[in-house]
Ligand binder design. Structure first.
Ligand code: HAM
Length: 489
């Protein structure tokens, strides 16, 4: 007998029924709008890549979370890997489900660098996979939106100041795009904050507090683990590295004070600048950034966080995270100036961020900013423009299929924008009252009651107004398009 035990979806994945799919569409549309409005162009890459792409520079954290992919056709390869694993050897799968986009973006940019403008601004949104322990805000398959600014627009012979200014401008641009999205969804400065640091400043603070050059990357990786490990374990690992977060905070006290002073007075006192320079702290770029964030009108959302490290190994400068109290980071990003070169391209500075849909949805729901199910269906274009019903006469019944087909037809000239979302009942009832109820429930904007072979009565279900006169079937579509404000779209 057949085994009818249901097969569950894999841990950390989601089945999206219509309302959940509409919720996802609501978020992806907002991502798309924000990135296009901020001048980013859409790109995408494969959802699985050579594992090597991630072992190059993403760092141990993300590599340990890779879902390996094997080709079922490569029997020899799979067998050889199996044998290696059986001997206890390290044997990564040849391919990996993409855990992030940045390496793909660096590879894509490197391949066409010569013909791409400076800066190039790309965005993408799609599914990513990490074999993390599923928990609030973290799943094994999630959507991630990425916005990246690659390359700097510089004069022919740039001064260090030109470079610093253009760098800060790129950094501020991605942060402003991220803020643009959050605001568009109704989140205000009271709901979230953007924590910012600079890897160079962090490195100089670590050196100043006694971490050796050889231990720097291990110390930075461990700082990122602070909230993930228990305190005892964290301290046990920090001790041999000579790592202390208190000392890092002390070492950057003055940067904190000077940035706050900038926030108040829009200038950095000469005293602070001189002391920072003497202290050997690499804080200059943060002041350029603060200026740019101020010009972009987002400085009041940002704060300096001296122990923000970020887990990925490729960051070289500014790093940031969008923080909402009590939640995992909503978004995170930073500057990675060496990655494109590492993938065979010319030396090209770049900066960007990724935002997942999981924490964002939780935050929107908690703050009452997620639209209702009915609104979501409407926003996702799932509510019909017209629900067509028959008045029950044989002539109307016969005319209904062609009325429906005509409403749904889109012209090539209009690239289908004149096609309407039209539905009919799939029930057998001829009771007009019941059919009107069904139309109402579907969220339709208009109902068209076919009265005869040639005429319909139109009713606007949003305003509840019903036409006093009938509309000829021949002009129904033009009339609905006009009332929807979609004429000549
Ligand atoms: P990340 O910090 O690893 O950075 O991820 C960015 C965001 O993706 C997180 O803040 C979170 O919203 C979401 N995310 C990450 N892992 C999960 C998960 N398991 N479940 C749900 N959401 C998750 C990066 O991926 C960088 N590549 C971002 C970047 C782009 N940096 C420069 N450009």
């Amino acid at each position: 007998m057949a085994d009818h035990k249901p097969i569950q979806p894999p841990t950390g994945t989601r089945d999206l029924y219509p309302v959940e799919a509409a919720r996802r569409r609501f978020i992806t549309e907002a991502w798309r709008r924000a990135s296009i409005n901020h001048g980013f162009e859409e790109v995408d890459g494969p959802t699985f890549e050579s594992t090597e792409l991630y072992t190059k520079k993403s760092g141990d954290g993300i590599v340990s979370e890779i879902f390996g992919v094997f080709s079922g056709k490569d029997e020899q390869g799979v067998k050889a890997l199996g044998e290696k694993l059986a001997r206890g050897e390290d044997a990564p799968a040849p391919y990996a489900l993409r855990p992030e986009f940045t390496p793909t973006l660096a590879r894509m940019y490197a391949a066409r660098a010569a013909s791409l403008p400076k800066p190039t601004k790309w965005f993408t949104a799609g599914p990513f996979f990490r074999a993390e322990r599923p928990q609030r805000g973290r799943l094994r398959e999630f959507l991630q939106w990425n916005c990246d600014v690659i390359g700097l627009a510089l004069p022919e012979k740039p001064t260090p100041e030109d470079i610093a200014r253009a760098t800060a401008q790129g950094d501020a641009e991605v942060i402003a795009c991220c803020v643009g999205l959050l605001e568009q969804l109704g989140l205000t400065g009271a709901d979230y904050s953007i924590a910012i640091n600079d890897r160079r400043l962090l490195a100089s603070a670590l050196r100043a507090t006694g971490v050796s050059e050889a231990d720097l990357s291990a110390a930075i990786a461990l700082i990122d683990q602070e909230t993930k490990l228990d305190l005892h374990e964290w301290n046990r690992r920090a001790q041999p590295l000579n790592l202390s977060l208190i000392r890092v905070a002390q070492a950057t006290d003055l940067v904190q004070a000077a940035l706050q002073e900038f926030g108040r007075s829009r200038r950095v006192s000469e005293d602070a600048a001189a002391i920072l320079q003497r202290g050997g702290l690499d804080a200059g770029s943060l002041f350029y950034l603060w200026k740019q964030l101020d010009s972009a009108g987002v400085l009041d959302r940002c704060h300096f966080k001296p122990d923000l490290a970020r887990g990925l190994a490729y960051y070289t400068g500014m790093v940031f995270e969008v923080i909402v109290d009590g939640e995992r980071a909503v978004a995170g990003g930073g500057r990675y100036d060496n990655l494109i070169e590492l993938f065979g391209g010319p030396s090209t500075p770049a900066v960007g961020f990724g935002m997942g849909d999981v924490v964002l949805s939780l935050v929107l729901q908690d703050k009452g900013l997620m639209p209702s199910d009915a609104e979501l269906m409407q926003i996702a274009g799932q509510s019909p423009d017209v629900f067509v019903i028959s008045n029950g006469t044989p002539e109307a019944d016969a005319a209904l299929p062609s009325v429906l087909a005509d409403l749904r037809r889109g012209s090539r000239e209009q690239r289908g924008r004149d096609a309407l979302h039209a539905r009919r009942t799939s029930k057998t009832t001829k009771n007009v009252g019941k059919l009107l109820q069904e139309a109402e429930k579907s969220g339709a904007h208009f109902v068209a009651i076919v009265e005869s072979a040639g005429e319909v009565t139109l009713k606007n279900l949003r305003t509840r107004e019903q036409d006093q006169s009938k509309t000829p079937i021949a002009s129904l579509k033009a009339e609905v398009l006009k009332r929807l404000g979609r004429t000549g779209a």
